[in-house]
Design a protein around this ligand. Sequence first.
Ligand SMILES: CC(C)(COP(=O)(O)OP(=O)(O)OC[C@H]1O[C@@H](n2cnc3c(N)ncnc32)[C@H](O)[C@@H]1OP(=O)(O)O)[C@@H](O)C(=O)NCCC(=O)NCCS
Length: 180
Amino acid sequence: MEPLVETDRVITSGRLEMPILTRDQLERIGNGEITSVAAELDVRLSAEWLEAVRWLAGMRARQLRDRPQDSAWLLRPIVRADTREAIGYLNFHAGPDDRGMVEIGYALLPAAWGQGYAIEAVRAALDWARRAYGIRQFRASVAPDNERSLNLIGKLGFVRTGEQWDPEDGLELVFELKVD
Ligand SMILES: CC(C)(COP(=O)(O)OP(=O)(O)OC[C@H]1O[C@@H](n2cnc3c(N)ncnc32)[C@H](O)[C@@H]1OP(=O)(O)O)[C@@H](O)C(=O)NCCC(=O)NCCS
């Protein structure tokens, strides 16, 4: 496992905290064991949150076995700092590619929609990647009918660069953002 530096551990924003999950924690979540992970992070992980993230956590645990260099980039719960509840999650798909680009993915539990938490979390994650690793190019893939996600990335200034077929998710529009 690549050592995590202190700035990788928790991404914070005004209302949110996003602690990185270690490979061991990802494995436990993938196995449905959230009690110990919640205690370690001092967060509340609901059954609904587990249901939403379980498959992805297992996949990211397997990814880290082959690519320990991705350790700072993968899954983080999105935690409300006031209630300590996990209201969603975000992750980069991997560390920077050969163009220095990273792709972001995110989701909130439906009860947390419409309060600006997603854009706050994504903005903080992009800012962390820029400050900690000098990332200047970001990518996001969104289904054409996902109006909330299209709204979010449009507000962040992503521009459409193409489309792709994802074997699981079907047609996706591809967007990129370049920052100074
Ligand atoms: C995509 C997703 C994360 C977007 O969530 P969201 O709640 O719409 O996005 P935000 O948290 O940024 O909230 C935005 C809305 O909150 C409102 N809002 C309320 N308080 C706010 C605040 N303090 N700051 C900003 N916006 C606020 C805004 O009016 C804004 O809506 P508008 O842009 O129409 O004006 C969510 O729909 C989701 O999880 N979907 C399922 C998973 C998914 O599709 N993931 C993306 C795959 S590409």
